[in-house]
Design a protein around this ligand. Structure first.
Ligand code: PEP
Length: 249
């Protein structure tokens, strides 16, 4: 059985006062029937980890460098994330692929660094609207998977987030059939490459405009083990609605 995961990506949002959302979320879910993860900006990570201690909420980073240390101004290493209290790190988010020119090979190097440091890597994959309209989605996902995922993975240290680029922050969501087709194909590719034990244990998250109002139907899709949530993770009340839907799925 794969443990369900509700992961929030705060992106470049949040200052100290917003840590009150952790308290509200922990109050609403003292014993959740799923894992809850929030990835705040790096500036908040340490305080977020303190706010989350003695609660079921885990905290994660939004990116890490592939090297352990060195002359990389503005970057953060996997060891630094861990030292600040992170257990997970989001890698290869489409905003980083677009804003920072990250290629799948870079994502794989970062994933190696993260996993070597004991973090769980949440590797994001997803097609653009043009790729979807050209019926290339499954090929794009297959290419991103083979280039982004290192060989060293297990069912615990890897999570995949399928996030169609055109669905992130837009309010647009693929049909349930489209989500199911991609998730089933990711599962098949994982099992083909890593065997059934590992490939069957990796959690697959859907991401892209998930809200309390559409979470139920998305979580009913096969091979959807949770969600990576942007906008609707910023407020405990919204994220809590998604967590409840996941617990009941
Ligand atoms: C994301 O940033 O990973 C995301 C899915 O954003 P949103 O939920 O706002 O679409």
């Amino acid at each position: 059985m794969r443990r369900k995961l509700a992961a929030g990506n705060w992106k470049m949002n949040g200052i100290g006062a917003d840590l009150a959302e952790f308290e509200a979320l922990a109050r609403a879910h003292p014993r959740p029937d799923c894992e809850i993860l929030i990835c705040p900006p790096a500036s908040l990570l340490h305080r977020a980890a303190e706010a989350a201690s003695d609660t079921p909420i885990a905290v994660g980073g939004q990116d890490c460098h592939s090297e352990a240390k060195g002359a990389h101004t503005g970057d953060i290493s996997a060891a630094m994330l861990r030292d600040a209290g992170a257990s997970h790190v989001i890698l290869g988010h489409s905003e980083r692929r677009a804003d920072h020119d990250e290629r799948s090979e870079d994502v794989r190097a970062k994933a190696r660094a993260a996993i070597s440091e004991g973090l769980t890597a949440i590797i994001c994959l997803g097609e653009s609207l043009a790729e979807r309209e050209a019926a290339n989605t499954l090929d794009i996902i297959a290419g991103q998977m083979s280039s982004s995922i290192p060989d060293m993975v297990t069912g615990e240290n890897l999570v995949i987030a399928y996030e169609p680029v055109w669905a992130i922050g837009t309010g647009k969501v693929p049909t349930l059939e489209q989500i199911g087709e991609v998730h089933d194909s990711i599962r098949a590719m994982l099992e083909a490459r890593f065997g059934q034990d590992i490939g069957g244990a990796v959690r697959l998250l859907y991401g892209g405009s998930v809200k309390p109002s559409n979470a139920d139907e998305i979580f009913a899709v096969s091979n959807v083990d949770g969600a990576l949530v942007g906008g609707a993770s910023l407020k405990a009340a919204d994220f809590s609605g998604i967590i409840c839907a996941l617990e009941n799925s």
